[in-house]
Ligand binder design. Structure first.
Ligand code: MN
Length: 224
């Protein structure tokens, strides 16, 4: 009897582990539409791999993180991102990084990375950073987790949660952040909702955010 029970347990464990290894792979980008014609199939989930025999050191190298990157208009911040789209050697490695710079009171507005947790370290300045998470006792309510960070401080933002960074110091600030994805993704909440193309029907935004439609139109104008 004990033998049979052990056999059954082993079979169940074996089945579970084979199911576990047969899950679909995680997506490497926002979407990857199936193409029936091979001529149209120009993307895979991620990027094609170069023939290893043709690899060079430059495939693993990128210069330029000693300076700030592209400014975010009107926000006093800039982002210099190193993901698989800029550094081809990152393909399939599950990691990327970013440098962000802030003028005094500069902001990286509320956003999420759908495919990565973010680990920040402050190199210079003083930042108010935080993320939002559903209250486990009531999913319609939200908890905020915020800190004032100084030089050398580290903060982790769990995957997919809305977060921000705001320079509360009187000097410039610089952070570096690591992501556990080759292509973390970026969803900026305000522009995603109010700046989409084509715009969402105003009734959706009006009801969702309890705004009158004139205010919805104003916000759509600001973000588009
Ligand atoms: Mn982020």
């Amino acid at each position: 009897m004990a033998f049979h029970l052990l056999t059954i347990i082993l079979v169940i464990v074996g089945l579970l582990s084979s199911f576990g290894s047969s899950f679909d792979p995680s997506p490497f980008q926002d979407f990857c539409i199936a193409a029936n014609e091979s001529k149209a199939a120009v993307f895979v989930n991620g990027k094609f791999c170069k023939d290893p025999k043709l690899a060079t050191a430059d495939d693993f190298f990128l210069a330029g993180l000693n300076v700030s990157g592209n400014p975010l208009p009107g926000l006093g911040s800039s982002v210099n991102s190193v993901d698989v789209n800029r550094l081809a050697g990152l393909n399939t490695l599950g990691i990327s990084m970013v440098r962000a710079d802030f003028a005094p009171y500069g902001l990286i507005p509320p956003h999420t990375h759908p495919r990565a947790t973010e680990l920040i370290v402050v190199i210079e300045g003083t930042l108010y950073v935080g993320f939002l998470a559903p209250d486990t006792t009531n999913p319609m309510k939200t908890r905020s987790f915020t800190k004032i960070l100084s030089k050398g401080d580290v903060f982790v933002i769990p995957q997919g949660l809305i977060h921000f960074q705001y320079n509360v110091g009187h000097t410039n600030a610089t952070v570096f952040a690591a992501f556990n994805s080759q292509n973390s993704g970026l969803i900026v909440v305000g522009s995603e909702l109010f700046g989409s193309n084509p715009p969402l029907v105003d009734d959706v935004l009006s009801k969702a955010f309890q705004l009158d439609k004139k205010m919805v139109a104003t916000l759509q104008g600001l973000f588009s």
